[in-house]
Write a protein that binds this ligand. Structure first.
Ligand SMILES: NC(=O)c1ccc[n+]([C@@H]2O[C@H](COP(=O)([O-])OP(=O)(O)OC[C@H]3O[C@@H](n4cnc5c(N)ncnc54)[C@H](OP(=O)(O)O)[C@@H]3O)[C@@H](O)[C@H]2O)c1
Length: 337
């Protein structure tokens, strides 16, 4: 059995493969043959940047995201049976309800993750994946899709006819676009180039703004909404985009503070926080119940995640390198064979 191991900030070249004995499940544990895993920005924060807001264990098996098949169950397991198609919830112990730091253990963080041929997971962390999705497609769901789902449904559920603003073409943003269309919302998306703008339109974006050509893009957003502004903002840029997001917000909008992709701006003017009337909510990914609810919606709508490129298990380092360049449209997946 082969697994990759990583250390915080040690870099892609320090990602090493090791051989292990065949795993045996303990009480309430399940062995999953991982067929595919998937990259998120969290992985390059952990492996390359050496910064992540939650603890990372030494020599961790990286990657929060993966999907596979149950091949062995330990004593007392009732939630799954051999042959079931499953993924792991990233917060393996956060089942339902509000976020709690007591349940903050993450796969590929303080717990071993999915860049392995066989993962041993607590049965409580498992979620059945939608039947119409391949393992590679389902491997894209645990982090980015659940985060987008939580942002749109967790506090102020999106309503038909409302307008959602997504930033860029990263994993979270593309899922937010797809979910927003499922909910009957209008979507305005920003991106860096025309190629990506076309891809966003093909996925259903009603209006696309190039944030490089229009650094003051909030005015295009307001114009498209007849001056009203947008109801939900999936804020993945951080302080580098927050000013534009606040100026894009309709009265009583929900701004979900998801990430920090845009270059840090020096001297973010905190007075801008009062440039609108909105709720700012910091998102902590999501829980298992949200993952399950999302899968029901994905199944009903037969939604398909967007995959940019698939690498083999032996090419995991190349996959990281490819993902680092930010030029993907869709998820970078690793096929475990
Ligand atoms: N809080 C949470 O629970 C949580 C969960 C998941 C992710 N996150 C965070 O959310 C962010 C998104 O994660 P991800 O995995 O979706 O990222 P990702 O897939 O790595 O996103 C890459 C994309 O970001 C876009 N981007 C880069 N700079 C931008 C800017 N200045 N403005 C707008 N878009 C920009 C680019 O698209 P364009 O070229 O089209 O602009 C790029 O292709 C990350 O910061 C991640 O750490 C947080």
């Amino acid at each position: 059995v082969r697994s990759y191991h990583a250390n915080l900030g040690a870099g892609i070249s320090a990602l090493v493969q090791r051989e292990h004995d065949d795993p045996t499940p303990g009480a309430r544990e399940v062995v999953v043959r991982v067929h595919a895993s998937c990259l998120n920005r969290r992985e390059t924060m952990i492996v390359v940047d050496g910064y992540y807001p939650l603890p990372i264990r030494r020599d961790v098996v990286p990657l929060s995201d993966g999907a596979g098949e149950v091949v062995a169950i330990g004593p007392g397991v009732t939630r799954v049976k051999i042959g079931d198609r499953v993924a792991g919830a990233v917060f393996a112990h956060w089942i339902d309800g509000p976020f709690d730091y007591g349940n903050a253990a993450q796969l590929g963080g303080s717990l071993d993750g999915m860049l392995t041929e066989y993962a041993v997971l607590d049965e409580a962390a498992l979620v059945h994946i939608p039947d119409h999705l391949s393992f590679q497609e389902a491997a894209t769901l645990p982090c980015a899709a659940v985060t987008a789902w939580n942002a749109l449904t967790g506090a102020r559920p999106l309503k038909a006819g409302e307008t959602v603003l997504t930033l860029g073409t990263g994993g979270v943003s593309l899922f937010a676009l797809q979910f927003a269309k499922m909910f009957g919302a209008q979507v305005i998306a920003t991106t860096s180039n025309d190629n990506k703008a076309n891809a966003l339109r093909a996925l259903g974006a009603d209006h696309v703004v190039n944030y490089r050509a229009s650094p003051e893009w909030y005015s295009a957003v307001r114009e498209f909404t007849g001056g009203r502004g947008v109801d939900h903002i999936i804020e993945v840029g951080g302080p580098g985009t927050l000013e534009q997001s606040i100026k894009s917000a309709a009265a009583e909008a929900a701004i979900s503070l998801v990430g920090w992709l845009a270059r840090p701006v020096s001297g973010f003017d905190v007075r801008l926080l009062s440039a609108g009337v909105y709720t700012l909510r910091r998102i902590a990914l999501g829980n298992r119940a949200q993952f399950e609810a999302m899968n029901r919606a994905v199944s009903v709508h037969r939604a398909r995640p967007v995959i940019d490129r698939v690498f083999s298990f032996d090419e995991a380092r190349e996959a990281f390198q490819y993902f680092l360049n930010h030029n993907t449209i869709g998820k970078v997946v690793i096929a475990h064979g």
